[in-house]
Design a protein around this ligand. Structure first.
Ligand code: NAD
Length: 351
C-alpha cells in the first residue's frame, strides 16, 4: 500500500526515538512491499527557533494531508520561561484540535520481564492489560483562561456530543476486549462530571448493553489503579483526569518510555506519539527508551493504515527484544543497560 506519514521529531529525546521508529517503518515497508512517503517537519520548540511558531502553517498543512502523523515529543526548559508568550505545548494543543483527534488511546500492558522494573509488587502487576481512552480536545485544557492581578480562572466545559463520541469510542474498544468499561469522573463535585455520568449511562444502556459499565470517582480510581490494576479493561475519562491517571498507569509498566498512544478522530487519520515528554534530563545521551515510540508506530500501522499483520509483527519484535533483555537504563536495573540504538537494533533484528 501507499501511505503518506508526516513525521514531527520535535525536541529533546523526540528526534532520538523518532529516528528509530522511522527505521522500523522503513524495514517493514521494504519487507512487505509498501511505499511509505515520510515527510519530516519542524514542530514544537524546534519550530519556534526556526519560525517563531510551534506549529508553522506548512507543518499543519502536511499533517492535514497525511494519512497519519508520527510525533516524537516537544518542549524543554529553553521555551518554558513563565513569561514566554509562545510555547511548544500550544502547538500540540493546536495540532490535536486542527486534526480533530478527540480520542486518545493509551494501552498499558505489563511485560513479564519488566515486573521488577515497576515500583509495585509483581503479584499486584502480573497480568495487567488495560487501555485508557482519554478525551483530548475538550475540558479545562481548552476552556477560557483569565488572569487578573490576584486571581486566575480556567473554565471546564463539556457538551453532550463530546461525551457521547468518546464514550462510543471506548465502548467499541471494550466490545473487542473483555467487555468491561470503567468511566471516571468527579460527579460528587463537578457539574461537567454529573453530565458525563448521565450521558455515559444512557449511551451504554441504549447502544452497548453487553458491555458492563462501572462509574468511579477519579480519586478512588487513582487508588484502585495501583491496588488492583489487573481488574481494569477499558477506562474512559475526560481530558485532565486522563492526563494525570495515564502517567500514574505508566508506572505499572515500569517506565514512561515504554508506552505508546494513538489520538483518533472520525476517519482513519491519527496522531501517534509516545506518552512521555522530551525528557531534557537525558536528551542527547543516546539512552532514551525507544519502545514507547516504536509501539506508537505499531498503533499507526494498525489504526491509520489498516496493516494489522505489520503492527502485530512490530509489537511482537518489541516484546521479544524486552524479553531478551535489550533494556535502556530507565528499566534495565542491575542487568546492564543498552543504548537507544542498541534497543532499536534488537527490535529490527527480530522484525
Ligand atoms: P518527561 O516525560 O519528558 O520526563 C519525565 C521523566 O521520565 C524524566 O526523568 C525522563 O528522563 C523520563 N523519561 C521520559 N521518557 C523517557 C524515555 N523514553 N526513556 C527514558 N526515560 C524517559 O516529562 P517532564 O520532564 O515533565 O517534561 C519535559 C518536557 O516535555 C516539558 O517541556 C513538557 O512540557 C514536555 N512534555 C511534552 C509532551 C509531549 O510532547 N506530548 C508530554 C509530556 C511533557
Amino acid at each position: 500500500m501507499k501511505a503518506h506519514i508526516a513525521v514531527l521529531p520535535g525536541d529533546g529525546i523526540g528526534p532520538e526515538v523518532t529516528a528509530e521508529a522511522v527505521r522500523a517503518l522503513r524495514a517493514l515497508e521494504k519487507r512487505h512491499g509498501h511505499i511509505f512517503t515520510l515527510t519530516e517537519l519542524p514542530f514544537g520548540g524546534a519550530a519556534i527557533d526556526l519560525t517563531g511558531n510551534p506549529l508553522p502553517e506548512p507543518t499543519l498543512e502536511a499533517c492535514r494531508n497525511a494519512d497519519a502523523v508520527l510525533l516524537g515529543a516537544i518542549g524543554g526548559p529553553k521555551w518554558s520561561a513563565p513569561e514566554a508568550k509562545v510555547r511548544p505545548e500550544q502547538g500540540l494543543l493546536e495540532l490535536r484540535r486542527a486534526l480533530r483527534v478527540y480520542a486518545n488511546l493509551r494501552p498499558v500492558k505489563v511485560h513479564p520481564a519488566l515486573l521488577g522494573a515497576s515500583s509495585l509488587k509483581s503479584e499486584v502487576l502480573q497480568g495487567t492489560d488495560l487501555i485508557f481512552v482519554r478525551e483530548l480536545t475538550g475540558g479545562i485544557y481548552f476552556g477560557e483562561k483569565r488572569r487578573e492581578a490576584d486571581c486566575a480562572t480556567d473554565v471546564c466545559t463539556y457538551t453532550v456530543a463530546e461525551i457521547e463520541r468518546i464514550v462510543r469510542a471506548a465502548a467499541r474498544l471494550a466490545q473487542k476486549r473483555r467487555r468491561k468499561l470503567v468511566s471516571i469522573d468527579k460527579a460528587n463535585v463537578l457539574e461537567t462530571s454529573r453530565l458525563w455520568r448521565q450521558v455515559t449511562s444512557r449511551v451504554m444502556r441504549e447502544e452497548f448493553p453487553e458491555v458492563a459499565l462501572e462509574h468511579m470517582l477519579v480519586d478512588s480510581a487513582a487508588m484502585h489503579l495501583i491496588r488492583r490494576p489487573r481488574d481494569f479493561d477499558v477506562l474512559v475519562t475526560e481530558n485532565m483526569f486522563g492526563d494525570i491517571l495515564t502517567d500514574e498507569a505508566s508506572m505499572l509498566a515500569g517506565s514512561l518510555g515504554l508506552l505508546p498512544s494513538a489520538s483518533l478522530g472520525e476517519g482513519t487519520r491519527g496522531l501517534y506519539e509516545p506518552i512521555h515528554g522530551s525528557a531534557p534530563d537525558i536528551a542527547g545521551r543516546g539512552i532514551a527508551n525507544p519502545y514507547g515510540m516504536l509501539l506508537s508506530a505499531a498503533l499507526l500501522l494498525r489504526h491509520s493504515l489498516g496493516l494489522t499483520a505489520e503492527a502485530a509483527a512490530l509489537e511482537a519484535a518489541v516484546s521479544d527484544a524486552i524479553g531478551a533483555g535489550a533494556l535502556t537504563p530507565d528499566v534495565a536495573g542491575a542487568t546492564g543497560a543498552v543504548s537507544t540504538r542498541e534497543a532499536a537494533e534488537a527490535v529490527l533484528a527480530r522484525l
